[in-house]
Ligand binder design. Structure first.
Ligand code: SF4
Length: 121
């Protein structure tokens, strides 16, 4: 049996949890103060995912790069592919916060959106 310690990040309380795992299945969760902690632990063990924050180049912009993020979390094992594919992207102004910069980035089914606006110089 494996015991994994993790901190729930779903609210500022930050409960420290101990998760017992046997044959890739969670058999016990301790330390969570509410059911959301259990949900968080299950997702972290069974399908960990993250929002990816990065930048893309912007041609003829008032900024050399603009910040972007994925609209939804992507599986942790796909993060490198997402970052590598964003390195190839160059946008043109104007760019507004919330604009879709890349649809279905790296075939994940998740869009990448701008988190910063940019104007033409
Ligand atoms: S388990 Fe519940 S109370 Fe604890 S950090 Fe997570 S969401 Fe907050």
């Amino acid at each position: 049996m494996e015991i994994k310690k993790m901190t729930c990040i779903l609210c500022p309380l930050g409960c420290r949890m101990e998760v017992s795992i046997e044959k890739n299945k969670i058999i016990r969760i301790e330390g969570n103060s509410c059911p959301r902690g259990e949900m968080y632990a299950r997702q972290e063990v069974e399908a960990p995912s993250r929002i990816v924050i990065s930048v893309v180049k912007c041609r003829d912009c008032n900024l050399p790069v603009i910040s972007v993020k994925t609209e939804k979390p992507v599986p942790k094992e796909r993060i490198r592919e997402v970052i590598d594919s964003l390195a190839e992207v160059e946008v043109e102004p104007p760019v507004n916060v919330g604009d879709i910069i890349v649809e279905d980035v790296a075939g994940t089914g998740v869009n990448v959106i701008a988190t910063r606006s940019a104007e033409r110089i």
